[in-house]
Write a protein that binds this ligand. Sequence first.
Ligand SMILES: [Ca+2]
Ligand SMILES: [Ca+2]
Ligand SMILES: [Ca+2]
Length: 362
Amino acid sequence: MLEFMVNQGNALSHSTVAYSATGPAADSKSTSEVSVGAIDPWYGTTIADYSSRGPTNDGRTKPDLSAASCVTSSIYAAPDCFNGTSAATPVAAGAAALMLDQFPMMSSSQLKTSMLNNATVDRGVTGTDNTYGRGEVILPTPVSPDVTAPSLTGPRATITEGSALGTSLVPYTVTYSGSDASTIARYEVDLSVNGGAWSRLYTGTAKSVSFNATPASRYQVRVKAYDYAANWRMNTSRTFTVSNYGDASANLAYSTGWTSLSATSAYGGAYKYASATNASVRLAFTGDSVTWIATKGANFGSADVYIDGVWKKTVSLYSATTGWRKAVYTWSNTSGNAENHAIKVVARGDGFVAIDSFLVNS
Ligand SMILES: [Ca+2]
Ligand SMILES: [Ca+2]
Ligand SMILES: [Ca+2]
């Protein structure tokens, strides 16, 4: 049904649903949009008869909230007042601006959620309704502003265990962790290569990010953690580089019984393998982490890995399909600084064990 009416004697208007606008002024499906009902007068608790009711034509509850209307100002002095949802909307916007001033890192949709959850008082029927929305905007008692920067551990960069190397590139994972009383709003992670300018690697709330490193290049990562009040702390890693100790490296001390095999898919074009129980290889290195690169396959078995003579893990190289350049094991020290350590791989005798390379982060 189409109804026509005369609006204050000035213009011919039409209405489709009682109390409802003929069309939306903005996309009310937007997660950042706030539809505001008018409580008139401002000192009352009752919705104005002119304030649009929900639901929307597609059944969503509206308005989102309500705010005071019929307010006085330098322009609208008592006994006159500025009314309508035209007045209620800037009242809600002013409250939103105050909340944003306290927590400037909130996104618009987070601000909307925070307003609904923390700055409304229920009106009308209990709970969210199609007349008042979540309720009337009443700002809570101000809390002491957060002026404390987040705490931040890391960043720490290590070769990604379980990954497959490229023919040259080495997948790295950068980890870090922040905490804050008003929670972490976001991290910004930057990467510098060979002392060059910082480039943005990541922005978001995840506590790790990946990048590919080239052996012998020098890297630095830095992480900036923001809380919602826009306090921040930034930590920068030391400069690090990945050193490749290939299967034929003179630094690798092999027991007897190892055979070298050329394979174009292997890292550096070759790997060594052994199958005898206790066939072993040892690498003494200086770094903060070491990664064993191996070939995997159906005839492959497992090996025990020791760091500085202490058993760490039994690693299986079995795979139904052949896997090349696999980072099968990564060990990291606790300090994050380059130290002298040794890794030893000892075959368990249940199949082939492959040494393709050891990569050291130094
Ligand atoms: Ca209600
Ligand atoms: Ca803080
Ligand atoms: Ca190799």
